[in-house]
Design a protein around this ligand. Structure first.
Ligand code: BDP
Length: 326
């Protein structure tokens, strides 16, 4: 089934966008933090295959999985300066570089993943994409990364349960403010260090979606996953803006179409594999608790919004656009 879907995507895209004129070949490097077993890995591989097929080999992409090209903030800088051409990035660590992208890092800003995609497809998404492209990170595809929830050695039911806990977050002041607002101690740290930090008690907990919680073994060193779903953060395929814009319109179209097809594939994989990841961690002994009333968590974020919008009044428009999106 998987193979059939992938094969037909490649065939359809190649037929629709095939470039026939040969010019000088471009070989691009792509950063991906994930390894086998995570939906983004085959999606990035498919993107590379589609680019090669639809540009008739004029552009080829080598994907480096497992974060071997560096940490996410470093890789983002590398793409901005063109040392690496592209990557699959979370918008979380893009927020400190591109103000507009921080919209998605406001806790509880989206009602659901479909709501997030509707916001991205609307005016707010256009403004964000422009800000990112101006900063050198042009988004050409959006991936699903589900919702992030807390995990630790105890069940978290209310914001009070976070009090006193040292919680790892990604690099972004909004996340440190979010944890502080609940009385916790935020600890920004690279993804690759989190498992060891949880294991040795350097941190008491972290937050992520099920596939990442499972795939890098965080579930092996934790016991409870609490469905706070406080952040719904999209991911992008983001390309160095100058390199992308230097290509002919035909090549740009072929690469955009490849990114779109790879994104749809990623979303299809995500919808299946995020449920599987939950089943697998539960089978391994993780206790998953629902949080019936997320109201107290949302209320605790009022102070985060107030402070953020006071410091960034120009972000009010984006927040309003997101909230007004049905
Ligand atoms: C994962 C994202 C990845 C982040 C990681 C993290 O896919 O881009 O680096 O979370 O928490 O879900 O650092």
């Amino acid at each position: 089934m998987k193979r059939t879907l992938k094969t037909s995507i490649i065939a359809a895209l190649a037929a629709a966008t095939m470039i026939t004129t040969a010019a000088s070949a471009e070989n691009w490097r792509a950063w991906n933090i994930h390894s086998d077993g995570h939906p983004n890995t085959p999606a990035m591989d498919l993107f590379a295959e589609l680019v090669e097929a639809s540009t008739n080999g004029e552009v080829t992409v080598d994907v480096f999985h497992g974060g071997v090209l560096g940490t996410q903030p470093d890789a983002l800088e590398q793409v901005r300066i063109g040392a690496i051409e592209l990557g699959n990035f979370s918008l979380g660590p893009i927020g400190p570089m591109v103000k507009e992208a921080n919209l998605v890092s406001l806790p509880f800003i989206f009602k659901s993943v479909p709501h997030m995609f509707r916001v991205l497809d609307g005016e707010a998404g256009e403004i964000m994409s422009k800000g990112m492209a101006d900063a050198g990170l042009m988004p050409i595809g959006w991936f699903d990364a589900g919702a992030r929830s807390f995990y630790s050695q105890k069940a978290i039911e209310t914001p009070d349960d976070v009090k006193g806990l040292k919680i790892r977050v990604m690099n972004n002041d909004l996340y440190t403010a979010m944890i502080s607002a609940m009385g916790g101690n935020p600890s920004p740290m690279a993804f690759s260090e989190v498992q060891q930090a949880l294991k040795t008690g350097v941190v008491d907990g972290a937050e992520n979606n099920f596939p990442s919680f499972k795939n890098v073994g965080h579930y092996e060193v934790t016991s409870h996953y609490s469905l706070s779903e406080h952040l719904i953060i999209p991911e992008c395929i983001c390309v160095n803006t100058k390199k992308f814009e230097a290509l002919s319109p035909e090549l740009q179209n072929a690469i955009r179409a490849s990114a779109k097809a790879a994104s749809l594939y990623q979303r299809a994989l995500w919808s299946v594999q995020s449920g599987q990841a939950r089943t697998e961690v539960e089978a391994a002994g993780i206790k998953v608790n629902e949080i019936a009333d997320k109201g107290p968590f949302q209320d605790a974020m009022d102070a985060v919004y107030d402070e953020y919008l006071k410091a960034n009044p120009d972000m009010k428009k984006l927040v309003e656009l997101a909230k007004a999106t049905k």
